[in-house]
Design a protein around this ligand. Sequence first.
Ligand code: BDP
Length: 718
Amino acid sequence: MTPRPLRALFLLCSLALVARADDGYRLWLRYDRIADESLRRDYAAQTGTIFLATPGGAESPTIAAARDELTSGLAGLLGTAPKLEFIKAEAPAALGPEGYSLRATPRGIEVIAARDLGVLYGSFALLRLIQTHQPLGRLAVTSAPKIQHRMLNHWDNLNRSVERGYAGQSLWEWDKLPGELSPRYRDYARACASLGLNGTVLVNVNANAQFLTPAYLAKAAALAGVFRPYGLRVYLTARFSAPIEIGGLKTADPLDPAVIKWWHDKATEIYRAIPDFGGFLVKANSEGQPGPQNYQRTHADGANLLAGAVAPHGGIVIWRAFVYDANVPDDRHKQAYNEFVPLDGRFRDNVVIQVKNGAIDFMPREPFHPLFGAMPRTPLALELQITQEYLGGSTQLAFLAPMWKEVLDADTFRPRAGATVARVIDGTANVARVSRPVNPADTGQETRATLSVIAGVANTGTDRNWSGHPLAPSNWYAYGRLAWDHTLTAAQIADEWTRLTFGNDARVVPTVTSILLASRETVVDYSMPLGLHHIMARNHHQGPGPWVAGGRPDWTSLYYHRADEKGVGFDRTTAGSNALGQYAPEVARRWADLATCPDRDLLWFHHLPWDHRMRSGNILWDDICLHYQRGVDTVRSWQKSWDTLAGAIDEERFKSVQALFARQEREARIWRDACTQYFATFAKRPLPAGVEPPAWTLGYLRSLNAPFTATAHPPAAK
Ligand code: BDP
């Protein structure tokens, strides 16, 4: 037997090693011991007693979750467990049903909320302050979410594949549910709750009716049981043709009495299994999905059918506006607006229309969707894509907070200046909107004026680090933080996430945050400079495909870039499709006028000659090429700065990011070489000074159907 002191030493060493290695599983909830002893002592003194306070003052599974988190979190960070006292206290009205207040008092820290969930949110916030080394001495924080329903949308399928997922399989082990519950479910709920996310749509918008059968409802109910203490409500997607597919009816016509009854009965059955079921998310009459238009009914008829079914139970219906049809000859950009604006005011109170940030489809940059502000009598939700369908999957870094801030802060000028997209969705832009309780179960405590929803298409999967790329959880984090408070800045969020994920090292924090903050613009530079869009490879959407032609025109690249010998870009002014006519005049004027249209949106709205003189003084062709090169150069600069962090970050994540940056540099060059050579066939101009000659021929790059997959990767450049 090893002598005792030696055994202790051995244990200590292995603990130290374990603490150093990091596979990313803990996300931003890492509670490693704070190295600075005096800081640790201060925190230990300040958090000796923590009071968890609600007006009811009763224990619950949610309070137990808060206790667990504080206990394990502080034991990890400080080496001491706090004394937790649960007390009764009135909560300030401004906190609303989910907000919290954190206060330092002489007897200890108070976490006050109107409800248990607020206490849990406040507990996570307190831990975050300590993890990021914020002073607690004069702690007086109050925080309440601006949007009621803060959701993740999982595009997960029954066979556990994930549509546009790049991080392994679906987290939901359908085969093992409801009997076996992976410990990962609870960790998922903790991560969501730590950000204040309170809803999760478990399955794909390209829906499968099987999920509404009793066997699958039991599985969803088991997940809901794990998530409930964390305030995370479960939602499902509703396949519009389910009454036929699993109900044995001949029709799914929304006005048919048998169909109406079927959905009512189905809702009752769901609520029996999941009493706090959130409601349905629906994609209808889009990209081949069935919907009310199959029966010559409108989207309002369809949405109201389902809304009527869940209304008695307090549920909501989230109906997507991502609707376009190749048989409609009009610019795809205009179709959702044309379809939905005439229906404004015709939806039931518990319906919200979910609108993607832009009018095309989650491009690395899109001007805000013209529907925002255009339906004053209907609540609109904002749908963002966390998973990087068009931004490099999980092999490229693109920190998306700057992109989301761009859309949240965009002024719709509807009904007046200052009505940003954020204020349209949180309900404060339109004071005329009717005040109503959102959820009968909320017993009148709701003070908000209207139903408000934000959704992010999740980037989670079974990969050990949840999101594939070690830096990609920053997007899950950023989405959650913005869903709670859209006034946070991208820089604040990047700083927080970096500290939580890599520690507070003075070398690491500025280096990582500056890479994060530059990354989305870099992806724009090398994949869609100056507003060029939808020029990616077919189907998988990874890598360049400016030559994609044939088949549905609105799924080709030619439809969008319109390059010819004279010029390039999509004319959406009055001389072209006039998509600009769907925006408020103040917005339309700015984008229509070349003198005021920002460079970044230029080719989104204008078709311009290759020798158009840019603000930079260069001609358009040269500027396009220089953007591609700048994208490549910036990735190279990250490689250099990342290398300076050797030793300051654990080996595992350091090496993995190093390899991924090398890959991103190569993929950026593939974009550059493919697009500049392809567009040169029209522009017939040489590459400007400062742009490297291509490493691969256009013919070669075109021959690769999937340029970024391992099997079809271009050979190393000469
Ligand atoms: C597109 C995706 C497709 C989705 C669709 C949607 O390519 O896989 O089904 O959006 O949002 O971005 O419905």
